[in-house]
Design a protein around this ligand. Structure first.
Ligand code: DX5
Ligand code: ZN
Length: 214
């Protein structure tokens, strides 16, 4: 199974609702929404009000990736805005276990994201609590960066850890530099949810770009 999740970070923000409808028609499975606060990562994107404004554009899953500090202060606003699933960074959570359960108590699947330098062991003690692991395959903050090849070893390590703990069912998402060349490599290493920003939104034929990833 492959889930293709175009990241609207590379969409035309002046026409965000139309861009979302366009990738929906082009065959996207989820819409990946990169929330950046200008602190945890250098870039600042948008928050719950913009997400709420584009929520009527599609019925597809809104997969919200929070690259923000103190996510626990803001999670209720993202739930209210129409998020279907929320992923937080392990590096941004002093009390990761509590934040995961805050998401789950709101009724949403919870994901944990790991930056390239963060070991897979960072999720070891919450393996039973989460629904998805997001392996960042670039340093977060910008679209259009180069895939970090070491990510392939990390994905294999993660799949080994998950298997050893009876969580072979866990969704493993990759984000950053995913395109038609790198998608087969990350799939082979254990990924099943593919975030792609520039590879989808800069393509002249977005349906073909999504099909190529799949
Ligand atoms: C990285 C973001 C990604 C980004 C991916 O900080 O989390 O979702 O948009 O962009 P591409 O696919 O262009 O590397
Ligand atoms: Zn992302």
């Amino acid at each position: 199974m492959s889930i293709i999740a175009p990241s609207i970070l590379s969409a035309d923000f002046a026409a965000l609702a139309e861009e979302i409808k366009d990738v929906d028609r082009a065959g996207a499975d989820w819409i990946h929404i990169d929330v950046m606060d200008g602190h945890f990562v250098p870039t600042l994107t948008f928050g719950p009000l913009v997400i709420q404004a584009v929520r009527p554009a599609t019925k597809l899953v809104f997969d919200v990736h929070l690259m923000i500090e103190r996510p626990e202060l803001h999670i209720p606003n993202y739930v209210a805005a129409g998020a279907d699933r929320i992923t937080v960074h392990a590096e941004a959570c002093t009390h990761l276990h509590r934040v995961i359960h805050q998401i789950k108590e709101a009724g949403l699947p919870a994901g944990v994201a790991l930056n390239p330098a963060t070991p897979v062991g960072a999720i070891e003690n919450v393996i039973g609590d989460i629904d998805m692991v997001l392996i960042m395959t670039v340093n977060p903050g910008f679209g259009g960066q180069q895939f970090i090849p070491q990510s392939l070893n990390k994905l294999r390590q993660l799949r080994g850890l998950l298997a050893s703990r009876g969580r072979g069912d866990m969704l493993v998402q990759v984000d950053g530099g995913v395109n038609a060349e790198t998608a087969p490599l990350v799939r082979e290493a254990g990924a099943d949810v593919f975030v792609a920003g520039s590879a989808v939104f800069t393509a002249t034929d977005r349906a073909a770009a999504i099909a190529a990833l799949r």
